[in-house]
Structure formats: C-alpha cells, structure tokens
Design a protein around this ligand. Sequence first.
Ligand code: GDP
Ligand code: MN
Length: 420
Amino acid sequence: MKIHEYQAKDLLARHGVSVPRSRMVTKLGDVKGAAEELGGKVVVKAQIHAGGRGKGRVVEGQGKTAAMFKRLETKPRQNEGGVRGSRVGGVRLASNPERAVAEARKILGKYLVTHQTGIAGKKVQRLLIEEQVTIADEYYAAVLIDNALGQAVLIVSSEGGQAIEEVAAKNPKAIVRLPIDPHDGLPPYKAREFAKSVLKMPHATILQAGALFSGLYDAFLASDATMVEINPFVVTRENRVIAADAKVSLDDNAAFRQPFASLRDTSEEDAMDLLAEESGIGSYIKLEGNIGCMVNGAGLAMATLDTITQAGGAPANFLDIGTVNRVERVVDALRIINMDKDVKAILVNIFGGMARVDIIAEGVIAGVRELRLKQPIVLRLNGSNLEEGLALLAESGLEFITADDLGSAARKAVAAARDA
Ligand code: GDP
Ligand code: MN
C-alpha cells in the first residue's frame, strides 16, 4: 500500500528524521493561512500516489491526460520542466502567501501527469504546503528489502533529486548499498561512518546524516514498510540535513497489526482493484491485452495467461477467483472483467476441485444476464459436478463457446477476440 508524502514525512519525523515544517490542505481557501504560518516562503506540492511530480505536467481535465503522457514519454527533454520552469509541474515554489495561493490554484483539482502516473494521470485532491529550504546539495537514501540477500539494505547516492533509475543507468557507481544486519540494526555510529566514507558529506553534516539513516531504518522496521525512500534529502546552505521528499510503501500483509486503515487513500487506488478486494477476489491484476480471464487458482491462472499468449493472443488481466461456491463472487468477477473496456472476449477456465462447476456455471449465466455481457465467452470447465454445470448452460439458452482443454479454449478465445 502506498501513502502520501505528508503521511510519510509524519512517520519519518516520529523516528527522528528532520523534515520541513508543513501543513496539508485540501481546500484553496486554506492555502494562504498555511503559508503564513510557515513564514510565507513555501513550496506547494501536489499529493498524489506517484513520483516525478516536479517534472510532471498539470492538465485541466482527464480528457487530456493521455495526450500529455504520450508527449512526456516521446519528447521528455522538451516537455519536462524543473521546479522553477514556466511549465506547470506538481512542485511549485512560492515566495509569499499570495503567490502560494496562485500556485495552488494551478494544480489543485487538476490532473497531474508524470512518468509514473500512467496515461490516466492523477487528480490532485491534496496539497502539502511546506516551508522552503535553500538547497546546497541533494542526496538519495532508501531502505528496502533486497530479495537476493533476504535482508534490508540502505541505499544511498550523492546523485539525489533525479530518478534513481536514471542514475543506475548512467552512473551506477554513484549508488552504494549497505546490507543491514537484522540483529544489529543500523546504529547511528554505523550510519555516520557510512555517510562519511561513502557520501563524503561535509564534516558539519555527518552527525545529522547518521541520524537520518538510522531514523529511516527505524521507520522502515516499525511501520512494516516494503520501502522508504527520501529523494532528495538535502544539505541546506545552513548545513542542515533535511528530507525534502519522502515516499513510503507499506506491506499489506502487516495490515492486521498496523493502523493502515487510517493511512489509506482509496481515491488514489484503481477502481477495479478496489472492487476486486471488496468482492473478496484477492488477486486481480490488469494487463494490456483484450482477453478477459476468470480462473480459479493462481497457478492455473498463470498457465492460462501463458497459453493465451502462446495462441497468439494477449490476456487483459490476471484474475484468480479462489475456491468459491458462491454465485455472487462469479458475477463480481465478471463485473470487474467487464469494467475493462479493452476486453473483447472472455475466457473462463475452471477446474472444479473444491469449487463446483455447476455453481460457477450458475454464476456465469447470472453474470451474462445481469451485466448484459456482449462479449463472446469461452468456457473450459472440468471437475466436480461438470455434468450438472453443462446441463445448466444448455438450459440457459445463452450462447457460449465451449472447449475440452485449455489449448483449444485459448485458441477459440483468441479467434473470438480477433473477430469481435
Ligand atoms: P518529486 O518530483 O515527485 O520527486 O517531488 P520532490 O519533492 O522530490 O520535488 C522535486 C524537486 O523539487 C526536488 O528534487 C528539489 O530539487 C525541489 N524542491 C523540493 N522542495 C524544495 C524546497 O524547499 N526548495 C527548493 N529550492 N527546491 C525544492
Ligand atoms: Mn522526489
């Protein structure tokens, strides 16, 4: 689960990381007062669940997001703009409260498109008004799990303020990793040593940088994060070390012991993902193709995607309905698949073990009627209560394409999608 920058900074501050003073606002009317409280000279920052805001672009309506995303992708140099650039990105500097209101008006309620938002962009519903810092140097720091090591690692770079992927491509030596022993953690003396030897930071800032790294790791551990990232943390002209940005992803598996519910902003999440979750369908993943898939079992679902691809088609999604014997769950699965406007044909691949084919069939019939599905539906059904299921389908009077095995089902679905 992702959280907003203002929430991430709250979390970091509670673990001793220095962050600028700030106020989160949702209304234009609150911007001036917030800026005044912070001394007038502020940064106005769009709060969305995506990075690259500084170099993003703001557009009026959702109708223009796709075109802007294409432009950003195809001509990045011409279209990206720094924070100060004349083109409107999602991070704006303002020298006084009146300017802050003017900058806020340019982005609040609009759509922000960055290289991370995808073509839909993100609607800006919150702003962080933050005191400005005068930047002397920008650095990068993150803590995440290294899957190969099976261990948390601290990653730092002196090339902060730009996409870490670009640094990795252009100058990989500028990125240094420190595996963190789970027993020892990251005590400040170790963190200081790292700041000194690796980042070659000025002497006056070593102590603060050590505290920042230790705090970062503490926050990571305490919040059950999968990643905490500060890009950039800055050294100010007054030699203060401050986190100018913060990005945190939390591990959904820890929801039972963490106050994730209060941090969650579902308006930032994908509507189909939310519906899948509400319906108890744990795993729905949107893909690029046009063949909607409803499968029981993750392994079978993966095999289904492979088989469709092998047959020359492209799956529109991964969807594992799990072991269900509830008609409504099947209808919900079809509802989610049908929300994807790219879907031209649907492939239902069910092997009834604990799940009963007749109940799945009942669900498919109910779904077609309730949702008025127009797409051709290919059914590959086998296992418990197969005969009863096939009888229901025959009695329904609806049109289905049936297949005895997955290979032929995939070929039929690919053909149906192509002809649709
Ligand atoms: P991102 O583009 O989504 O990663 O948003 P950031 O919070 O990292 O902001 C982008 C850039 O804005 C940073 O890399 C900084 O260079 C700049 N920036 C952010 N806060 C300040 C500030 O207080 N003062 C100045 N001068 N620049 C800032
Ligand atoms: Mn950043």
